[in-house]
Design a protein around this ligand. Structure first.
Ligand SMILES: Nc1ncnc2c1ncn2[C@@H]1O[C@H](COP(=O)(O)OP(=O)(O)OP(=O)(O)O)[C@@H](O)[C@H]1O
Length: 261
Protein backbone atom coordinates (compact mmCIF):
# COMPACT_ATOMS: atom_id res chain seq x y z
CA UNK A 1 0.00 0.00 0.00
CA UNK A 2 1.38 3.44 -0.85
CA UNK A 3 2.37 5.61 2.11
CA UNK A 4 0.81 8.65 0.42
CA UNK A 5 -2.17 8.39 -1.89
CA UNK A 6 -4.28 11.22 -3.21
CA UNK A 7 -7.37 11.14 -5.40
CA UNK A 8 -8.52 14.26 -7.22
CA UNK A 9 -6.98 16.34 -4.43
CA UNK A 10 -7.98 19.94 -5.08
CA UNK A 11 -7.67 23.26 -3.27
CA UNK A 12 -9.25 26.43 -4.47
CA UNK A 13 -8.85 29.87 -2.90
CA UNK A 14 -11.61 32.01 -4.39
CA UNK A 15 -11.00 31.84 -8.13
CA UNK A 16 -7.39 30.62 -7.71
CA UNK A 17 -6.99 26.89 -8.18
CA UNK A 18 -3.87 26.21 -6.08
CA UNK A 19 -3.96 22.42 -6.57
CA UNK A 20 -5.98 20.91 -9.40
CA UNK A 21 -7.15 17.31 -9.03
CA UNK A 22 -3.90 15.72 -7.91
CA UNK A 23 -3.67 11.91 -8.23
CA UNK A 24 -0.50 10.75 -6.58
CA UNK A 25 0.86 7.54 -5.08
CA UNK A 26 4.15 7.43 -3.16
CA UNK A 27 5.56 4.07 -2.11
CA UNK A 28 6.53 3.51 1.52
CA UNK A 29 10.23 3.89 2.29
CA UNK A 30 10.96 6.02 -0.76
CA UNK A 31 12.00 9.64 -1.15
CA UNK A 32 9.64 11.61 -3.39
CA UNK A 33 10.98 14.87 -4.78
CA UNK A 34 8.12 17.34 -5.26
CA UNK A 35 9.15 20.10 -7.62
CA UNK A 36 7.51 23.07 -9.26
CA UNK A 37 7.98 26.78 -9.93
CA UNK A 38 6.99 29.43 -7.37
CA UNK A 39 3.25 29.40 -6.82
CA UNK A 40 2.76 25.94 -8.41
CA UNK A 41 0.90 24.61 -5.36
CA UNK A 42 3.58 22.61 -3.52
CA UNK A 43 3.08 24.14 -0.08
CA UNK A 44 -0.69 23.94 -0.44
CA UNK A 45 -0.37 20.23 -1.29
CA UNK A 46 1.83 19.64 1.74
CA UNK A 47 -0.57 21.53 3.97
CA UNK A 48 -3.41 19.30 2.76
CA UNK A 49 -1.31 16.13 3.20
CA UNK A 50 -0.42 17.13 6.77
CA UNK A 51 -4.04 17.92 7.64
CA UNK A 52 -3.50 21.67 8.10
CA UNK A 53 -5.72 22.67 5.18
CA UNK A 54 -8.95 21.01 4.12
CA UNK A 55 -9.19 20.06 0.46
CA UNK A 56 -11.94 21.78 -1.54
CA UNK A 57 -12.46 18.45 -3.32
CA UNK A 58 -10.93 14.98 -3.37
CA UNK A 59 -9.11 13.13 -0.63
CA UNK A 60 -5.75 11.94 0.62
CA UNK A 61 -4.47 9.14 2.79
CA UNK A 62 -1.11 9.33 4.54
CA UNK A 63 0.32 6.34 6.44
CA UNK A 64 -3.08 4.69 6.03
CA UNK A 65 -4.92 7.59 7.70
CA UNK A 66 -7.39 10.02 6.09
CA UNK A 67 -5.75 13.43 6.29
CA UNK A 68 -8.94 14.94 7.66
CA UNK A 69 -8.49 12.71 10.76
CA UNK A 70 -5.85 14.96 12.35
CA UNK A 71 -5.70 13.22 15.72
CA UNK A 72 -4.72 9.91 14.15
CA UNK A 73 -2.54 11.54 11.53
CA UNK A 74 -0.38 13.69 13.84
CA UNK A 75 1.67 10.93 15.51
CA UNK A 76 2.40 9.28 12.16
CA UNK A 77 3.85 12.30 10.37
CA UNK A 78 6.54 14.95 10.74
CA UNK A 79 6.44 18.29 8.92
CA UNK A 80 9.22 20.77 8.43
CA UNK A 81 7.44 23.78 6.89
CA UNK A 82 9.14 26.61 5.03
CA UNK A 83 8.88 28.79 8.13
CA UNK A 84 9.40 26.44 11.05
CA UNK A 85 7.44 27.05 14.24
CA UNK A 86 10.07 27.81 16.91
CA UNK A 87 9.80 29.88 20.09
CA UNK A 88 12.43 32.60 19.94
CA UNK A 89 12.54 33.00 23.70
CA UNK A 90 13.31 29.30 24.26
CA UNK A 91 16.61 27.48 23.93
CA UNK A 92 16.83 24.63 21.41
CA UNK A 93 16.73 22.15 24.28
CA UNK A 94 13.61 23.77 25.76
CA UNK A 95 11.97 23.80 22.34
CA UNK A 96 12.76 20.14 21.68
CA UNK A 97 11.76 19.05 25.23
CA UNK A 98 8.46 20.84 24.69
CA UNK A 99 7.93 19.14 21.30
CA UNK A 100 8.75 15.75 22.87
CA UNK A 101 6.24 16.45 25.65
CA UNK A 102 3.48 17.31 23.18
CA UNK A 103 4.07 13.95 21.54
CA UNK A 104 4.27 12.03 24.83
CA UNK A 105 7.81 10.84 24.13
CA UNK A 106 10.03 9.55 26.91
CA UNK A 107 11.98 12.71 27.91
CA UNK A 108 15.37 11.04 28.33
CA UNK A 109 15.17 9.01 25.13
CA UNK A 110 14.00 12.10 23.23
CA UNK A 111 16.90 14.20 24.60
CA UNK A 112 19.38 11.49 23.65
CA UNK A 113 17.98 11.35 20.15
CA UNK A 114 17.99 15.15 19.86
CA UNK A 115 21.62 15.30 21.04
CA UNK A 116 22.63 12.70 18.51
CA UNK A 117 20.93 14.54 15.61
CA UNK A 118 22.15 17.98 16.74
CA UNK A 119 25.69 16.74 17.00
CA UNK A 120 25.54 15.19 13.52
CA UNK A 121 24.29 18.54 12.26
CA UNK A 122 27.16 20.34 14.06
CA UNK A 123 25.04 22.14 16.62
CA UNK A 124 26.91 21.50 19.90
CA UNK A 125 25.25 21.34 23.35
CA UNK A 126 26.53 24.80 24.33
CA UNK A 127 24.62 26.29 21.38
CA UNK A 128 21.57 24.09 22.01
CA UNK A 129 21.47 25.66 25.49
CA UNK A 130 21.28 29.23 24.18
CA UNK A 131 18.25 31.18 23.00
CA UNK A 132 16.85 30.53 19.53
CA UNK A 133 16.42 34.31 19.13
CA UNK A 134 20.22 34.51 18.78
CA UNK A 135 20.46 31.72 16.19
CA UNK A 136 21.43 32.05 12.54
CA UNK A 137 18.94 30.90 9.88
CA UNK A 138 20.86 27.63 9.45
CA UNK A 139 20.90 26.91 13.20
CA UNK A 140 17.12 27.44 13.35
CA UNK A 141 16.72 25.06 10.41
CA UNK A 142 18.73 22.36 12.19
CA UNK A 143 16.57 22.57 15.31
CA UNK A 144 13.41 22.55 13.18
CA UNK A 145 14.57 19.41 11.35
CA UNK A 146 15.25 17.65 14.65
CA UNK A 147 11.82 18.75 15.92
CA UNK A 148 10.13 17.29 12.84
CA UNK A 149 11.84 13.89 13.20
CA UNK A 150 12.12 13.45 16.97
CA UNK A 151 9.19 11.02 17.13
CA UNK A 152 10.43 8.86 14.24
CA UNK A 153 7.45 9.52 11.94
CA UNK A 154 6.29 7.09 9.26
CA UNK A 155 6.00 9.87 6.73
CA UNK A 156 8.16 12.98 6.79
CA UNK A 157 7.27 16.16 4.86
CA UNK A 158 10.16 18.52 4.23
CA UNK A 159 9.80 21.96 2.64
CA UNK A 160 13.19 23.36 1.59
CA UNK A 161 15.02 21.46 4.34
CA UNK A 162 18.51 22.65 3.33
CA UNK A 163 17.48 26.31 3.39
CA UNK A 164 20.20 28.33 5.14
CA UNK A 165 22.43 25.32 5.75
CA UNK A 166 26.14 25.50 4.99
CA UNK A 167 27.47 22.90 2.51
CA UNK A 168 28.61 20.49 5.22
CA UNK A 169 25.29 20.59 7.08
CA UNK A 170 23.38 20.33 3.78
CA UNK A 171 25.34 17.17 2.96
CA UNK A 172 24.65 15.73 6.43
CA UNK A 173 20.98 16.47 5.97
CA UNK A 174 20.96 14.64 2.63
CA UNK A 175 22.57 11.67 4.41
CA UNK A 176 20.00 11.82 7.22
CA UNK A 177 17.17 11.82 4.66
CA UNK A 178 18.65 8.79 2.86
CA UNK A 179 19.13 6.96 6.18
CA UNK A 180 15.54 7.65 7.19
CA UNK A 181 14.26 6.22 3.90
CA UNK A 182 16.51 3.16 4.34
CA UNK A 183 14.91 2.56 7.72
CA UNK A 184 11.41 2.68 6.19
CA UNK A 185 10.32 6.31 6.52
CA UNK A 186 8.66 7.82 3.47
CA UNK A 187 10.07 11.26 2.71
CA UNK A 188 8.11 13.85 0.74
CA UNK A 189 10.64 16.49 -0.18
CA UNK A 190 9.91 19.83 -1.77
CA UNK A 191 12.86 21.95 -2.81
CA UNK A 192 14.10 24.23 -5.57
CA UNK A 193 17.62 22.85 -5.10
CA UNK A 194 17.63 20.22 -7.82
CA UNK A 195 21.00 18.60 -6.97
CA UNK A 196 19.48 17.67 -3.57
CA UNK A 197 16.64 15.93 -5.39
CA UNK A 198 19.04 14.23 -7.79
CA UNK A 199 21.06 12.97 -4.81
CA UNK A 200 18.24 11.52 -2.71
CA UNK A 201 14.94 11.14 -4.60
CA UNK A 202 13.74 7.79 -5.92
CA UNK A 203 10.89 9.48 -7.77
CA UNK A 204 10.06 13.00 -8.75
CA UNK A 205 6.77 14.76 -9.45
CA UNK A 206 6.68 18.14 -11.16
CA UNK A 207 3.78 20.44 -10.40
CA UNK A 208 2.88 23.32 -12.70
CA UNK A 209 -0.06 25.59 -12.06
CA UNK A 210 -1.59 23.08 -9.64
CA UNK A 211 -1.25 20.19 -12.10
CA UNK A 212 1.17 17.26 -12.02
CA UNK A 213 2.86 17.63 -15.42
CA UNK A 214 5.47 14.88 -15.06
CA UNK A 215 6.32 11.99 -12.77
CA UNK A 216 9.12 9.43 -12.79
CA UNK A 217 12.63 8.74 -11.55
CA UNK A 218 15.09 11.63 -11.93
CA UNK A 219 16.77 9.66 -14.73
CA UNK A 220 13.39 9.12 -16.51
CA UNK A 221 12.62 12.81 -16.44
CA UNK A 222 16.05 13.71 -17.75
CA UNK A 223 15.56 11.34 -20.67
CA UNK A 224 12.05 12.55 -21.35
CA UNK A 225 13.39 15.98 -22.17
CA UNK A 226 13.22 16.27 -25.92
CA UNK A 227 16.74 16.58 -27.25
CA UNK A 228 17.79 13.12 -26.14
CA UNK A 229 21.38 13.56 -25.02
CA UNK A 230 22.34 13.30 -21.34
CA UNK A 231 20.82 16.32 -19.62
CA UNK A 232 20.41 17.55 -16.11
CA UNK A 233 17.27 17.45 -14.02
CA UNK A 234 17.38 21.24 -14.21
CA UNK A 235 17.10 21.10 -18.02
CA UNK A 236 14.16 18.70 -17.74
CA UNK A 237 12.49 20.92 -15.12
CA UNK A 238 12.83 24.04 -17.27
CA UNK A 239 11.50 22.23 -20.31
CA UNK A 240 8.52 20.68 -18.51
CA UNK A 241 7.39 23.80 -16.66
CA UNK A 242 6.19 26.08 -19.43
CA UNK A 243 2.64 26.90 -20.54
CA UNK A 244 3.20 25.01 -23.83
CA UNK A 245 4.47 21.87 -22.09
CA UNK A 246 1.57 22.09 -19.63
CA UNK A 247 -0.99 22.33 -22.46
CA UNK A 248 0.64 19.36 -24.21
CA UNK A 249 0.61 17.27 -21.01
CA UNK A 250 -3.09 18.10 -20.43
CA UNK A 251 -3.96 17.05 -24.00
CA UNK A 252 -2.01 13.82 -23.54
CA UNK A 253 -3.73 13.07 -20.22
CA UNK A 254 -7.21 13.63 -21.61
CA UNK A 255 -6.39 11.41 -24.62
CA UNK A 256 -5.14 8.68 -22.25
CA UNK A 257 -8.08 8.96 -19.84
CA UNK A 258 -10.65 6.17 -20.19
CA UNK A 259 -13.93 7.41 -21.61
CA UNK A 260 -17.37 6.37 -20.38
CA UNK A 261 -18.93 3.53 -22.38
N1 LIG B 1 -4.08 31.07 1.99
C1 LIG B 1 -4.13 31.38 0.69
N2 LIG B 1 -5.06 32.26 0.23
C2 LIG B 1 -5.15 32.57 -1.09
N3 LIG B 1 -4.32 32.07 -2.04
C3 LIG B 1 -3.38 31.19 -1.64
C4 LIG B 1 -3.23 30.81 -0.27
N4 LIG B 1 -2.20 29.92 -0.18
C5 LIG B 1 -1.73 29.76 -1.44
N5 LIG B 1 -2.43 30.53 -2.32
C6 LIG B 1 -2.23 30.61 -3.78
O1 LIG B 1 -2.15 29.27 -4.26
C7 LIG B 1 -1.14 29.15 -5.27
C8 LIG B 1 -0.14 28.08 -4.83
O2 LIG B 1 0.62 28.56 -3.73
P1 LIG B 1 1.68 27.65 -2.95
O3 LIG B 1 2.19 28.44 -1.80
O4 LIG B 1 1.08 26.34 -2.65
O5 LIG B 1 2.84 27.47 -4.05
P2 LIG B 1 4.31 26.87 -3.93
O6 LIG B 1 4.46 25.90 -5.06
O7 LIG B 1 4.54 26.32 -2.56
O8 LIG B 1 5.23 28.14 -4.19
P3 LIG B 1 6.74 28.52 -3.69
O9 LIG B 1 7.67 27.66 -4.48
O10 LIG B 1 6.85 29.96 -4.08
O11 LIG B 1 6.80 28.30 -2.21
C9 LIG B 1 -0.56 30.55 -5.44
O12 LIG B 1 -1.23 31.15 -6.52
C10 LIG B 1 -0.89 31.23 -4.13
O13 LIG B 1 -1.03 32.62 -4.33
Amino acid sequence: MPAIQTTDLTKQYGSTVAVAGLDLAVDAGTVFGFLGPNGAGKTTTMRMLTGLVRPTRGRAEVAGVETTDRDRLRPRIGYLPEEPPLYDHATAYEQLDYAAGLRDLDPEAARERADDLLSRLDLPPEDAGSRIADYSKGMRQKVAYVQATLHDPDVLFLDEPTSGLDPRAARTLRELIAERADSGTTVFLSTHILPVVEAVADDVGILYDGDLVAEGSPADLQQRAETGEARSLEDAFLELTTDDAHAEASTRHSAEAPTDG
